[in-house]
Design a protein around this ligand. Structure first.
Ligand code: G1P
Ligand code: ZN
Length: 544
């Protein structure tokens, strides 16, 4: 088979962010852009040569074309075998699982997660390493370095590869195996949870649930697991057909973008349980009837109840959360007498802790939770965990969470996002704030006194690698916190994220509205960072 060596020039913007390389589709379609990045992966990751690679994506616009390009480049770069999801589809957790079970050298997941899709939307590429998890910073750094030196890429002149039939074929020297994207993943879920108890719950007349697939990748997964294997009534899965543009909406599971689900869950005769996942299937939102479970609380409730789930009956080795995630899970870890790790934002930081057997569960405030069953966050896993929990406890979502608050207190929590700010302005805000940190300790704001303030850095306890500049923190004496950081996944301008948290233990103060309960902190955050003035915005664009 003829291999073409194509001359190219480096692009200077191929540094992967919090979760892979994300750009607008129009950017990815520039001549050589995709090819350069893929070649940078192959050059810097020599372990792929002669090995197996997993390939799939969330089905967004450009997914199928990118799969064909990557297959032709894989042939030219002497990959022995590529296992592809049927139609080029694999959810992020399903890809992670396949990398692990196949002993693959790595995998490429095509997704921009919860960002919008379609010709004017976003596209992305994530490279996962042999443990099934997102590439750690040493690997993304090497890919970026290779991208800056690139002067050619290699691509085979191969015919269009059929990815629409399950089976094996040879294209040139390389084997291509097209697999059902759902089957192995559904088996994995069945091995973790009490499917008979969940089936009984879903088939009982007194219980109902809705899952919003948001026209994204989890449609087929949720149908196979919830409706087929667990016997939930047809129609349980809403917006189930994956669409290349997600129906024109953001496939982001929150109450803004999963509006219909929200209306149902807060309406009359609401279902007992509601859930949603994002573009590539790694995020989750959990709702009870008229009740929203904050992702940080969800992680804490899971940790406190894990012994009720077959896979975690023996107990948890430890837990981890990203730094901006609320400290609710810390309180559970303390009660259980297990370690709790605080990592920078992004799933890649959990990989070493999971591989080293230090933790079993981990999560982020950004609607991400998972366990050691894969090396990615896992949306449907979280939904099934809650379903199993509801079946085991025989209580509603709201009762489970309220009982949790009675026992551990409530960590009131919110995140305010200011989107599409001019990059210079955002940098200025962070620079000024960073400069002010050293003056903060001891300062009082109303009744709140600052105990410490810093720019978060993390030393990985397994490999001793250090990550700096991971978010500015103001820590108050009563345990409250304000964290400021800039998003590493946006594609337009900069996004400022402000995370706010305070712990409440008074039993009669646990059912307040989060925004009201956090109002004094919100005011402090706005004034110390001069947000209105520097962003030109009167209010956040998104509140979660
Ligand atoms: C966001 C979330 C982060 C998550 C990432 C990928 O990153 O905040 O927790 O891991 O998306 O889903 P950010 O845009 O904040 O860098
Ligand atoms: Zn995602």
């Amino acid at each position: 088979m003829e291999i073409r060596v194509v001359a190219t020039r480096p692009f200077t913007d191929q540094k992967p962010g919090t979760s892979g390389l994300r750009k607008q589709v129009s950017h990815f379609r520039k001549p050589h852009y995709l090819e350069n990045f893929v070649q940078s992966i192959f050059i810097s990751q020599q372990g792929l040569r002669g090995g197996e690679m997993i390939l799939g994506g969330d089905g967004r616009f450009f997914n199928r074309e990118a799969v064909q390009v990557i297959l032709r480049m894989a042939i030219a770069n002497e990959i022995r075998k590529v296992t592809v999801g049927l139609g080029g589809i694999l959810s992020t957790p399903a890809a992670s699982h396949l990398i692990r079970t196949r002993g693959a050298a790595g995998g490429i997941v095509l997704s921009a997660s919860h960002n919008p899709g379609g010709p004017t939307g976003d596209f992305g590429i994530k490279f996962n390493v042999a443990n099934g998890g997102p590439a750690p910073e040493s690997v993304t750094g090497a890919i970026h370095a290779a991208s800056l030196e690139l002067d050619h890429y290699r691509i085979a002149r191969a015919p269009h590869v059929d990815i629409d039939h399950v089976g094996r074929q040879h294209v040139g020297e390389m084997e291509v195996e097209v697999v059902d994207p759902v089957h192995d993943y559904a088996d994995l879920m069945e091995s973790l949870f009490d499917f008979p108890a969940m089936r009984a719950l879903l088939q009982s007349k007194s219980f109902s649930m809705r899952f919003d697939a948001m026209h994204a990748v989890t449609g087929p997964y949720a149908q196979a697991i919830l409706e087929q294997r667990l016997g939930a009534p047809a129609g349980t899965v809403m917006r189930k057909e994956p669409l290349a543009d997600f129906g024109g909406r953001h496939p982001d599971p929150n109450l803004t973008h999963a509006r219909e689900l929200g209306e149902l869950m807060y309406g009359r005769d609401a279902p007992d349980f509601g859930a949603a996942s994002d573009g590539d299937g790694d995020r989750n939102m959990i709702l009870g009837s008229g009740f929203f479970v904050s992702p940080s609380d969800s992680l804490a409730v899971m940790a406190a109840n894990a012994h009720l789930i077959p896979a975690y009956q023996a107990g948890l080795k430890g837990v981890a959360r990203s730094m901006p995630t609320s400290q609710a899970v810390d309180a559970v870890a303390e009660a259980l007498g297990i370690p709790c790790y605080e990592t920078p934002t992004g799933w890649k930081f959990f990989g070493n802790l999971l591989d080293d057997g230090r933790i079993t569960l981990c999560g982020e405030e950004s609607f991400g939770t998972s366990s050691d069953h894969v090396r990615e966050k896992d949306g449907l896993w979280a939904v099934l965990f809650w379903l199993n929990l509801i079946a085991a406890r025989g209580q509603s979502v709201a009762t489970i969470v309220r009982e949790h608050w009675q026992r551990f207190g409530r960590h009131y929590y919110t995140r305010h996002d200011y989107e599409e700010i001019e990059t210079d302005r955002a940098e200025e805000l962070m620079t000024r704030l960073r400069a002010a940190l050293s003056e903060m300790p001891g300062r009082s704001f109303g009744s709140l006194r600052v105990r410490a303030a810093d720019d978060f850095s993390y030393r990985d306890p397994v490999d001793d690698s250090v990550s700096t500049g991971q978010g500015l923190r103001m820590l108050f004496e009563d345990g409250a916190r304000i964290v400021f950081r800039l998003s590493g996944t946006g594609t337009l301008g900069a996004t400022l994220r402000v995370y706010l948290e305070r712990h409440e233990t008074r039993p009669d103060q646990l059912d307040e509205d989060s925004q009201a309960a956090l109002a004094p902190l919100i005011e402090i955050a706005e004034s110390v960072a001069d947000i209105r003035n520097l962003t030109g915005k009167e209010a956040p664009d998104v509140i979660t």
